[in-house]
Design a protein around this ligand. Structure first.
Ligand code: HEC
Length: 180
């Protein structure tokens, strides 16, 4: 592979790592702006602690609830009604402007946060429990990661193929040049 090809590869791969990081990063920003006034990942505030919410509720339930919890309560969703009553019927505001992807990024942030921070709120960081920013998605979202890896492999193969075609074409032209 020539220098240009390798350069393109490096750009592609680094772009890709940034995309992975962007997901939980975006979730963190959204969470802090829209949810942190009532929610903490580990502690109960106005709303429930959200650590483990991805385990106790299906993803599409969470997405619907975040977009409009009251309409779920009105249509008689038992789980939504139960948590509403448990929290003294405090109304969680609707977030109809968030799309599914954005709510998923918030869930990704909650997962990462729940896994990374010590549960007992120790005032110091424990080296054994610290996880680099980029890790959680790769560890806790395996199908996602696998799909991404496959995509990279396909892109690399395609690139190698394209680069080779170019040089084969070039050779053919050079070979034919003097005769025609
Ligand atoms: C004004 C306070 C408030 C804000 C802001 C808020 N929530 Fe809530 N949330 C609540 C309350 C209170 C409940 C408990 C259910 C109820 O009362 O309807 C709740 C419940 C939830 C639940 C269900 C938890 C469970 O255990 O089933 C999820 C998920 C949730 N909120 C996510 C979010 C997300 C994500 C955001 C930000 C986009 C957010 N909330 C913003 C107050 C809030």
């Amino acid at each position: 592979m020539n220098v240009k090809g390798i350069f393109v590869l490096i750009v592609l791969v680094s772009l890709h790592v940034r995309l992975l990081a962007a997901d939980a990063e975006e979730g963190k920003k959204l969470f802090q702006a829209r949810c942190a006034s009532c929610h903490n990942v580990h502690k109960k505030l106005t709303g429930p602690a959200l650590a483990g919410v991805d385990g106790r509720r299906p993803e599409d339930w969470i997405i619907r609830f975040v977009k409009s919890s009251q309409s779920m309560i009105k249509t008689g969703d038992a789980a939504a009604l139960a948590i509403f009553n448990e929290y003294n019927q405090v109304v969680m505001p609707d977030h109809p402007d968030l799309n599914d992807e954005q709510v998923r990024s918030i869930i990704a942030f909650i997962k990462a946060e729940a896994a990374a921070a010590p549960k007992d709120d120790a005032p110091f960081a424990r080296p054994g429990k610290l996880t680099p920013n980029l890790m959680p998605l790769s560890i806790y979202n395996f199908p996602f990661m696998l799909a991404y890896l496959l995509l990279i492999i396909v892109i690399v193969l395609l690139l190698v193929f394209l680069v080779n075609i170019k040089s084969i074409e070039k050779k053919m032209h050079e070979g034919n040049g003097p005769e025609s």
